[in-house]
Design a protein around this ligand. Structure first.
Ligand code: URA
Ligand code: SF4
Length: 240
């Protein structure tokens, strides 16, 4: 017999009740208080996004793009929205701009799988136009939830749209970039979008300055990424 039932019977005896009450003695299942893992919630969200019709961007998409990477990371990159390649593959930043972002991440001493990469809208705006404010508003709850789940120490916003959305400001990206802002207690580093860098390679220098600020911050504040970043910083210092 189940230990719990035996204990219950002993307890009844102790308090002077010799007859077993006419109730069915069953052991109730423990209430499932276990929380879903971040991975499970993100998987569920990917399904929701794939079925979402909350804004007109749903009509032309081939694939929605929730985001990808390490959901336990301290560093999250947020872009604008999927382009043609991303729409085709259902993955963020895999086209030309994406390859440049990958190089930037590598230059920080990290792999794509060390960080999490996402966008403010999850479906491709036609002809790569800017997402409309109504579309950003309709999609906002997804990125909001992703940030809440991932809890990064630093968010790097890529370009004007993502920076304005996360920091809720109308200031220009060239004024905002290079200085840490804040979103719900998380450091936010705005920088130029990699597509802008493809058109204006000379701005790479400024983006690199911004990345170094992130690196120095995470070298001190990230248990998971700190060592890799420090190693890379030492490598750069050794070269100087
Ligand atoms: N540009 C973006 O903003 N996001 C992507 O995922 C790809 C290109
Ligand atoms: Fe839904 Fe966002 Fe796609 Fe619009 S962009 S349909 S809100 S997932």
């Amino acid at each position: 017999m189940d230990n719990e039932i035996i204990e219950y019977l002993k307890f009844l005896k102790d308090i002077g009740i010799d007859e077993i009450p006419r109730v069915k003695l069953t052991v109730s299942k423990p209430v499932n208080t276990e929380k879903k893992s971040v991975e499970e919630v993100l998987k569920q969200m990917a399904k929701e996004v794939a079925n979402c019709k909350a804004c007109p961007l749903s009509q032309k998409r081939q694939n929605s793009v929730l985001g990808e990477g390490n959901p336990h990371t301290d560093l999250m990159f947020i872009g604008e929205g999927p382009g043609a390649d991303e729409d085709r593959q259902g993955r963020p930043f895999v086209g030309r701009a994406g390859q440049l972002l990958t190089k930037i991440i590598n230059a920080m001493g990290l792999e794509r799988s060390d960080v999490y990469i996402s966008n403010v809208v999850k479906c491709r705006p036609p002809f790569n136009r800017d997402p409309e404010p109504e579309e950003i508003a309709a999609c906002w709850h997804f990125i909001e939830k992703q940030i809440e789940l991932i809890k990064p120490k630093v968010i790097c916003t890529l370009g004007r749209i993502s920076t304005k959305t996360i920091l809720m400001t109308t200031e220009s990206i060239s004024r905002l970039r290079g200085r840490f802002g804040e979103y719900k207690g998380i450091k936010v580093m705005p920088t130029f979008h990699p597509s802008y860098l493809l058109r204006n390679p000379s701005a790479k220098k400024q983006v690199w300055e911004d990345m170094q600020k992130i690196m120095h911050y995470l070298a001190e504040h990230s248990e998971t990424l700190g060592e890799k970043i420090k190693k890379k910083l030492e490598e750069y210092n050794g070269k100087n």
